[in-house]
Design a protein around this ligand. Structure first.
Ligand code: ADP
Ligand code: MG
Length: 351
């Protein structure tokens, strides 16, 4: 027997995106109906007049959510909404949802009723049918896997990969709030567990907590595009932070970008709480995760029509690839954008 030991590769050497690339490189497709496989917010399938889009997300207790401060109803709502967000990111409308759960003995029927009341509410608000799933047991807590199916007219499908030079870079809502909501929840959890009986003080954090615990997704802007016959040139939802998502668009479109610091939307409460935590609000907006806003690019001639929407900020423009991807500061300095989004397999990160 040989005693040469083959050294194994640590997940942390590849990171989340590296691992996906590694596992899925050169996967063949056997069907013409597979229009887009891996690499966007959702897969795109051709089954008739329209395209079908499909996306799936997995949420693990202790990794993606902490039941110490996450109500089960909010969890159900958020689990559905984050999948709708990936469907909207393709310029599609979510229609059906499949929900699989693995549950340990610690959960009561009432707790799961709460979870489902959140799912039902999200389905009602966004007009989506819950059509199936799977139920299993777990030794270690709650695992949730959700798949959403949506539809879109074939000429309206929007990928990450088709941004053009000089396109406007736009973002809905504001950024960084959900990340700071998480910081507050983690801080209050620590105080609560260290001093029995103390009640968390959360009143003044309502906006950022809501952004963390019960996010909404951007149906309005997709309806607006439809009504106004606008098809974004590229789109992605912001789950891992603005920098990381914008770099995905630029890499896949083979372009560069310039975004302007003073144009990046940050809510007042986000700025206030960032200062409380001695964090730079801009860094939270660029790298904080879970905003579930939409980042999209539009041809320059759509400037007036998009400017009229007060829930959209025009933050910059697409450039030639050689110009790189840069943040222009208030003083006019150019700082290269870095992907510091959430990376599931980096040793030091936890979410
Ligand atoms: P998002 O943040 O929009 O949910 P991800 O970063 O999770 O997207 O995934 C990027 C792409 O990789 C998607 O096309 C997704 O379907 C695909 N993907 C992720 N994990 C796997 C996996 N284990 N096997 C195959 N494809 C995967
Ligand atoms: Mg996405």
């Amino acid at each position: 027997m040989s005693n040469t030991k083959k050294s194994l590769t640590l997940l942390s050497e590849l990171g989340e995106f590296g691992l996906i690339e590694h596992l899925t490189s050169n996967l063949p497709t056997y069907h013409k109906s597979t229009i887009k496989g891996i690499g966007d917010d959702a897969a795109v399938l051709d089954y008739g007049d329209k395209y079908l889009v499909m996306t799936t997300d997995m949420l693990m207790e202790g990794i993606h959510f902490d039941l110490v401060y996450t109500p089960m109803k909010h969890l159900g709502y958020k689990a559905a909404v984050v999948n709708f967000s990936d469907v909207y990111a393709m310029n599609a409308h979510p229609r059906q949802l499949l929900v699989s759960i693995a549950i340990s003995k610690k959960f009561s029927v009432e707790a799961l009723d709460e979870f489902y009341s959140g799912l039902r509410l999200a389905c009602e608000r966004y007009g989506v049918d819950l059509v199936g799933g799977d139920t299993s047991s777990s030794l270690t807590g709650l695992a949730i896997s959700i798949t959403a199916v949506g539809e879109v007219d074939k000429d309206k499908i929007t990928y990450r990969s088709s941004a053009k030079e000089n396109d406007l870079i736009c973002v809905t809502g504001d950024l960084g709030a959900a990340y700071l909501g998480l910081q507050v929840l983690e801080r209050e959890k620590k105080i609560y567990t260290e001093s029995v009986g103390s009640q968390p003080k959360l009143d003044e954090y309502d906006y950022i907590l809501q952004r963390q615990l019960k996010p909404e997704t951007q149906k309005d802007i997709i309806d607006f595009f439809e009504k106004n016959n606008i098809v974004p040139t590229a789109m992605i939802d912001i789950s891992d932070g603005l920098s990381s998502e914008l770099l995905h668009i630029c890499k896949q479109s083979e372009k560069g970008c310039s975004i302007y610091q003073q144009k990046i939307p940050i809510a007042d409460q986000t700025i206030k709480v960032a200062q409380e935590f001695h964090l730079e609000p801009m860094i939270c907006a660029l790298n904080g995760g879970e905003d579930y806003e939409l980042l999209f690019t539009l041809p320059l001639e759509k400037y007036d029509i998009i400017l009229a929407r007060n829930d959209v900020s025009i933050i910059g423009h697409i450039t030639d690839q050689h110009a790189g991807c840069n943040l222009v500061t208030e003083l006019g300095q150019q700082i290269p954008l870095l992907a510091q989004g959430w990376n599931a397999y980096k040793d030091e990160d936890k979410q």
